[in-house]
Design a protein around this ligand. Structure first.
Ligand code: BGC
Length: 901
């Protein structure tokens, strides 16, 4: 029985354990061996295997050891897993002898980046050395000139002041007997650079500082402790300016200046926590593609994909030559389209030392771009140009492929937007003067993200920041880390990140720890909403973002959605209360579970009486309103649900299958249509290519998901709104539906302990497949249609089961293994009423051509929507209400021609 062990929540005194096995088991044992001590074994009955709580005494700081696990069945133990080695860093402020140090006079705001240094003499070869390090600002730390890590933009962005991450690096190989030097270049980063568009900087403090503790053991038995204290020196450098938004200026002629003393700061250490999520690293290098001169003379480089990181240039030039690298996501009139960057300069500058090949790349900034514009360098002086792609280094876990190349591109674009915006914080966008952890954006995108990569520790860490910054009254900041300190914010769909993101992580990874940890935060949010709600039980009459970026909203009023904002608010209040009740049940808090179930029922009644007519229509007659009501079960009776489904379908048809939802409705509408019995209409939406639609940006050459449905207008100009990004994952939330329903791989129990295999074959696709590294092992679903037969394959990991839905059969269960089934697909029904023709993409296209040729003016789908339930023989009269009987007859006979089987 092979067992594969993992640790979660490391580094921590009490990490959690998960393991995968190939066989069922009813007991397990865990063996812990700490260096220099005999092994201890913990044995337990049971078949738990995800997020198993630490069964030993808490680990100390600097503990090193190994763990093994073995599982047993009916009294027989299987083999031990391979030992998993681990090491702990420093737990608690008391473990630090180092203090934050800051240059005394150098490195002030808007001056050159300072370098801190210190030397250490070692008597013998080094057998073990660990560096614990962080900074107020960014740090690039080296020992004897070598980087101590490939992490970039360390220590990342957390709720500084409350939570500051440090990391521990094994630097044994970098030290040698004799003289050694430790240096750290400090940059402004999020701590002291610009943040937000109001020109704010130095939001967290105005002094950059380093905290470093180097613990060394030598072969002669001696130990050495090097810590940041008054013995360090500060130097000027050639990094003359650095800012995340504006870029970096480096004069390569300038070396390190003479040292000056540092000040030891009185900065508290209890905010420190050990690195608990994957670091930002270079995750790819993209060669610069086509180069050409813009009309202005700037040399443009096309990297062929919109990415996040920086440009690395190798050039050979003259001493004193100034090279400027600008960045943009799109071109407009053949030049870099920089208006969407707003005030962000996104410009790196270099002054060459000359006389040799020089590598030009920044280290204290990042940009979001597809194009780079180079000035001050001739093509023949460039040896190479590439883009270094930065991202939090998450483990990819899920893949999706399908027969439609544009849908595939859409999905690839989602993956790329996730990569670019998962940069330590889940951000809205990576390029303009914003790049913030907007709660609403990740709330809608988390399910897609949790499939594509293992984001458990990345998002759990961010949720700790959310909880740390939640206001006393339960309000959740609009952005985390919070930089709008003086607003008491509560907005539906944004604040609900507090409940929805933890629940999503639990659903996808099966580890209840995230619920345990976040419970007070989740509860505080729901209690805040409860307190907001009036006598009538509704959350109404307050500020809301609403269905942000409804395509009908004017470019400069993105919040002007068609859906009533108060309706959106109370729907989210119910959604959060439901999830809190379920969370309380998972955690065994039965009283809370009851209280919040009752509260949700009460608010549902209030919602229905305020916003749903007896016959099932919503007071906001919009796709977003119906999508929430259907998908979140907000409609009291089956008749109302039926009617709401019908109405949603008609709205979608009447809009010619173009998207009519913003941030709130977009992640829900395809599910709502599918569940209401209109999966074919969800596909019509998905496959629509005119603007606005998911595929419209693909037809315009997009390589990432755009913020707006029309960030670029059909004529190639940039949307005139001042808020226009080409790299925003929120509208890519549809990828979750692609995974769960189009391919058909959905979680039916936490951690995919049960999988729902429920694809939607056909509807314009001939095959689709998804695979996912679940906590239990690899799961996969693949289907293809050949000659009217569906072939469905599923891979079910050990220890799990699947519920399979096949056309023409009742759902059935199946166990682990690789399975294949075949089913005959029902032949397509022949169209009878107008709606049937509208729904059939190919037929409708033919009919549309005929209608247009006969002079029908306007969108035929919108015209046909007046008579969707009428027989097809009346189509001509429905779409030409003012025509003469002869004209109608002529059109109808041309249409009948197309309708003949
Ligand atoms: C951001 C959004 C965010 C929104 C909230 C924008 O500036 O880019 O993605 O959720 O503001 O209103």
């Amino acid at each position: 029985m092979s067992v594969d062990l993992r640790l979660h929540g490391m580094p921590a005194p009490r990490p959690r354990l998960s393991w995968r096995t190939t066989e069922p088991f009813d007991a397990y044992r865990v063996e812990l061996t700490l260096a220099g001590r005999p092994p201890v074994v913990h044995t337990a009955e049971g078949a738990e295997q995800l997020g198993v709580r630490w069964p030993f005494a808490p680990l100390d700081s600097r503990a090193a050891g190994a763990l093994r696990v073995s599982v047993g069945s009916r009294g027989r133990w299987g083999d031990w897993s391979r030992p998993l080695a681990f090491e702990t860093p420093l737990f608690g402020a008391g473990e630090w002898s180092a203090r934050f140090v800051s240059p005394r006079t150098l490195g002030g705001v808007l001056t050159a980046a300072p370098l801190l240094s210190r030397t250490v003499k070692l008597p013998a070869a080094v057998t073990r050395a660990r560096l614990h390090v962080t900074a107020l600002g960014l740090h690039v730390t080296r020992i004897n000139g070598e980087r101590v890590t490939d992490e970039e933009l360390a220590p990342g962005w957390t709720s500084y002041g409350r939570r500051l991450r440090y990391r521990t690096h094994d630097v044994t190989a970098l030290l040698r007997p004799g003289e050694n030097e430790v240096t750290a270049l400090l940059g402004n980063g999020w701590y002291r650079g610009r943040l937000y568009w109001r020109g704010q900087r130095a939001l967290y403090g105005d002094r950059l500082a380093l905290l470093a503790q180097l613990e060394i053991e030598c072969a002669d038995g001696s130990t050495h402790l090097v810590v940041t204290d008054e013995s360090w020196r500060a130097h000027t450098t050639g990094v003359l300016a650095d800012d995340l938004y504006d870029g970096q200026t480096t004069d390569l002629r300038i070396g390190r200046g003479a040292g000056e003393p540092v000040d030891v700061l009185d900065e508290p250490l209890d905010q420190l926590f050990p690195g608990d999520s994957p670091p930002v690293r270079p995750v790819a290098a993209v060669p610069g593609g086509m180069r050409y001169a813009a009309p202005s003379g700037e040399l443009l480089v096309d990297f062929r994909e919109n990415l996040v990181g920086w440009v690395r240039l190798r050039v050979r030039g003259r001493a004193g030559q100034e090279v400027v690298v600008r960045h943009a996501e799109v071109l407009e009139d053949g030049e870099l389209g920089i208006r969407p960057l707003r005030s962000a300069q996104a410009t790196d500058r270099y002054v060459l030392a000359g006389g040799r090949t020089e590598v030009l790349e920044p280290s204290l900034t990042f940009h979001g771009f597809r194009y780079a514009g180079l000035r001050g360098v001739a093509p023949e002086e460039i040896e190479s140009v590439e883009a270094v792609v930065l991202s939090s280094d998450l483990r990819p876990t899920g893949h999706f492929r399908c027969s439609d190349p544009d849908v595939q591109k859409l999905h690839d674009n989602v993956v790329r937007s996730m990569r670019g915006n998962f940069l330590d914080v889940p951000t809205d966008c990576p390029q303009r003067d914003e790049r913030l952890g907007w709660t609403g954006d990740i709330q809608v995108f988390a399910p897609a993200a949790a499939f594509l990569a293992d984001c458990s520790s990345f998002l759990s860490s961010w949720l700790r920041d959310l909880a740390a910054e939640q206001f006393e009254d339960g309000c959740v900041p609009f952005v985390v880390p919070n930089i709008h300190h003086n607003i008491l914010p509560a907005a539906a769909a944004w604040g609900d990140a507090a409940t929805i993101v933890p629940w999503t992580l639990y659903e996808r990874y099966g580890d209840a720890e995230v619920l345990r940890e976040q419970y007070p935060s989740m509860r505080a949010w729901v209690e805040r909403l409860h307190a907001f709600a009036g006598e009538d039980g509704l959350w109404a009459g307050r500020f809301q973002f609403g269905d942000w970026l409804d395509p009908a909203a004017p470019p400069d009023a993105p919040g002007d959605s068609r859906t009533d904002k108060d309706l959106v608010a109370t729907a989210h209040y119910i959604r959060s209360t439901d999830l809190l009740a379920r969370t309380a049940a998972v955690l065994g808090l039965s009283e809370d579970a009851r209280r919040y179930r009752d509260l949700a029922a009460e608010v549902r009644r209030a919602f229905a009486s305020a916003y749903v007519t007896e016959r099932g229509l919503m007071v906001s007659d919009t796709p977003t309103a119906y999508a929430m009501a259907l998908h979140w079960d907000l409609l009291p009776t089956p008749e109302q649900r039926e009617a709401a489904g019908t109405r949603l379908a008609d709205l979608v048809r009447a809009n010619g299958f173009r998207v009519a939802t913003g941030f709130v409705g977009t992640p829900l509408i395809t599910d709502a249509l599918t569940e209401a019995g209109y999966p074919h209409l969800a596909f019509r939406l998905l496959l629509e290519r005119s603007c606005p639609s998911w595929l419209y940006p693909v037809t315009m050459g997009a390589t990432t998901i755009w913020e707006r449905w029309d960030s670029m207008l059909p004529d190639g100009s940039i949307n005139p709104g001042q808020m226009t990004s080409f790299n925003h994952y929120a509208l890519g939330a549809v990828a979750d539906w692609l995974h769960r329903r189009v391919a058909g791989l959905a979680p039916a129990a936490p951690g995919y302990r049960r999988i729902e295999v429920r694809p939607l074959p056909g509807h314009g696709l001939t095959w689709a497949e998804a695979d996912l590294e679940t906590p239990y092992g690899t799961a996969g679903v693949a289907w293809r249609i050949s000659g009217g037969t569906l072939v469905l394959e599923a891979r079910v990991p050990p220890g799990t089961e699947a519920i399979v839905h096949l056309p023409g059969r009742e759902p059935f269960r199946t166990g682990p293994g690789h399975h294949q089934w075949k089913a005959e697909l029902p032949p397509p029904a022949s169209p009878e009423v107008i709606a049937d023709a509208v729904d059939d993409a190919r037929l409708w296209e033919r009919l549309t051509r005929v209608m247009t040729a006969h002079g029908v003016i306007g969108d035929p789908a919108a015209l046909a929507a007046r008579g969707l339930r009428l027989p097809l023989s009346e189509l001509a009269s429905v779409v030409t209400p003012r025509a003469t009987p002869e004209q109608v007859a002529r059109l109808q006979s041309a249409l009948d021609e197309q309708l003949r089987p």
